[in-house]
Design a protein around this ligand. Structure first.
Ligand SMILES: [Zn+2]
Length: 190
């Protein structure tokens, strides 16, 4: 009988332990992967200092996750901030800051004007600019002393769709191309 009792006791103990572990997992999880308003302010100041620009950030729902406007304004989706650590957001915004600092958006309008409807050529041009922005993001990460793995992880999740589209029909390069560009920028500093 005593063997049976201790068996039930152990079972209860294990059950309590697993409930406790599960609860702590869900309580701790958001703090692992969230970027706060304070984190965001620090990132924005650092990037403005690094790129020598004065770009502002707007938190607003957007299907593009984050994008540069070419008007010293970058948009970021609130869900992206809720679900990514500051290290990944730093890389993402360093990419958008590069678009602003390098004047990619005004160049894009010039591209439309010159090329008219040549979609393939436009898309290949876009991809070149995306890789340039990723190269600069890699550099910024190295200068800030941030491991590029967080931004690379974000690229792997957010860039997935581009991998299944023909290069002529996509604006963003493939995931391996983007990771190579980030690391090339990163190791150009390190
Ligand atoms: Zn971009």
């Amino acid at each position: 009988m005593s063997g049976l009792n201790s068996g039930i006791g152990l079972w209860r103990f294990l059950k309590r332990i697993s409930v406790f572990l599960l609860l702590s997992y869900f309580l701790i999880l958001p703090s692992w992967s969230k970027t706060t308003q304070a984190d965001l302010s620090k990132i924005v100041s650092y990037l403005n200092y690094l790129y020598g620009v004065n770009v502002n950030i707007v938190i607003s729902p957007t299907p593009y996750k984050a994008f540069a406007t070419g008007q010293k304004l970058v948009y970021i989706d609130p869900h992206v901030l809720e679900t990514n650590p500051p290290e990944a957001i730093f890389g993402l915004l360093a990419h958008e800051w590069a678009h602003e600092a390098l004047g990619h958006i005004p160049q894009q309008f010039y591209m439309y004007f010159v090329n008219g409807t040549n979609l393939a050529e436009e898309n290949l041009w876009f991809q070149e600019k995306e890789l340039e922005a990723d190269y600069y993001a890699g550099r910024a990460l190295a200068i800030a002393g941030i491991d590029p793995k967080y931004y690379i992880d974000l690229i792997k999740r957010y860039n997935r769709e581009a991998d299944f589209v023909h290069p002529y029909f996509r604006t963003h390069p493939s995931t391996p191309e983007r990771i190579r560009a980030v690391l090339k920028g990163y190791y150009s500093v390190k």
